[in-house]
Design a protein around this ligand. Sequence first.
Ligand SMILES: NC(=O)c1ccc[n+]([C@@H]2O[C@H](COP(=O)([O-])OP(=O)(O)OC[C@H]3O[C@@H](n4cnc5c(N)ncnc54)[C@H](O)[C@@H]3O)[C@@H](O)[C@H]2O)c1
Length: 431
Amino acid sequence: MNKITEKLFGSFDVASVLANPDFKEDSVREVIILSMQLERRNLSGLWRVDYLLIFYYYIVMNTVKIGIIGIGNMGSSHSMNISAGKVPQLELAAAADAIPERKNWAEHNLPSGVKIFSDSRELIHSNICDAVLIATPHYQHPALTMEALSAGLHVLCEKPAGVYTKQVREMNDKAEKSGKVFALMFNQRTNCLYRAMHDIVTGGSMGALKRVSWIITDWYRTQSYYNSGNWRATWAGEGGGVLLNQCPHQLDLLQWICGMPSKIRAFCHNGKWHNIEVEDDVTAYLEYPNGATGTFITSTADAPGTNRFEITLEMGKLVCENNTLTRFLLAENERKFCKTAPGGFDKPECTESVVETDGKNEQHIGVLKAFTRHILYGEPLIAEGKEGILGLTLSNGMHLSSWLDSTVDLPLDEELFLQELNKRRAASRAK
Ligand SMILES: NC(=O)c1ccc[n+]([C@@H]2O[C@H](COP(=O)([O-])OP(=O)(O)OC[C@H]3O[C@@H](n4cnc5c(N)ncnc54)[C@H](O)[C@@H]3O)[C@@H](O)[C@H]2O)c1
């Protein structure tokens, strides 16, 4: 698209117009109307109305037609957001669900122009979509993604990327060769607090990582929740518990902000608080290549739960809790201070402040907007599909460490993980 408009407008910088946060469809309309008036009065030699109309078409009218596969909790929410017009230039063209009740819901609740299928393959090969959003249970994510990519469609897949990294690696290879857009629904990356943490830590202004600790126990779920879907909380249906269902967001943020550890030791307790066969309580210890350490603690049974994400760096610490990001900034690098301070009980000077952010937190809509604008204009995605393997490596590593009762080194032994998972799938209780 940029190339076409570049050709039309020569030096006109379309990319900068699109990147402008104040860019609105209304302003393009205004420019067109104004230019038409100027041209009628022969006041403008710069703009030709036909070019402006083409510009208007490409910028405003061009859409991505999307089909949603899986119209359960999440798929129906995405379908309502898209059909309500919350994502400019994204059009809901189709939806599919294998269960008659959900297909029926789609037929009665989505706009009449949306084509409803009971078979995901029919949707993929219907030739009415440019892209699909996959919102089915986890095991199906890689197979459906690969089928859609092979059919020439762009793919936005719900988290997690899959259940085991071996399968996700095949999906990534396929995506790379397809030349199509492959993105993941890591909506928490749109949260201004996590974006600020990412920028501060990866920007390096606070020095190297020393310690990270995330207590994320505010995922409270009742037994009724676990009973609500026959795939939930089983090795065969879901492939894990809190690590696979609730924590993919935090595990993705952890690797996005702090990078990947090189060793994992974890203790996963299966069905400790609920009548389920998978883990609902996890404590993990991480070691990073530079010697930094970390802990990750999660549960679906703490009430009230905690969400405290704390990162200690050479120049102080960041604490994200209660929707506030606090920065504790040292006057000098702690490593240097430790070696040079004269007194045994001296402490580096520290100032505490609340980190100011842009306040934006668009969540799922933000991911959908970025996906659409990436396809149309090449703007950045929120999360590239190939990055999904990283957070999944953390959860696979935590499971494997707990199963083997030993420390696991990364890169993960993917074959061994799959063998161990398959033992549990084979013994998985039918629900
Ligand atoms: N990003 C988020 O914030 C978020 C939140 C919740 C769930 N999720 C993810 O969304 C996905 C779905 O979760 P959910 O809670 O909506 O589950 P759900 O059980 O409510 O819905 C899944 C739907 O997929 C349908 N389905 C299964 N296989 C299908 C197939 N081959 N073709 C068509 N339809 C098929 C099922 O019939 C069901 O209606 C999971 O991966 C989950 O982790 C993401």
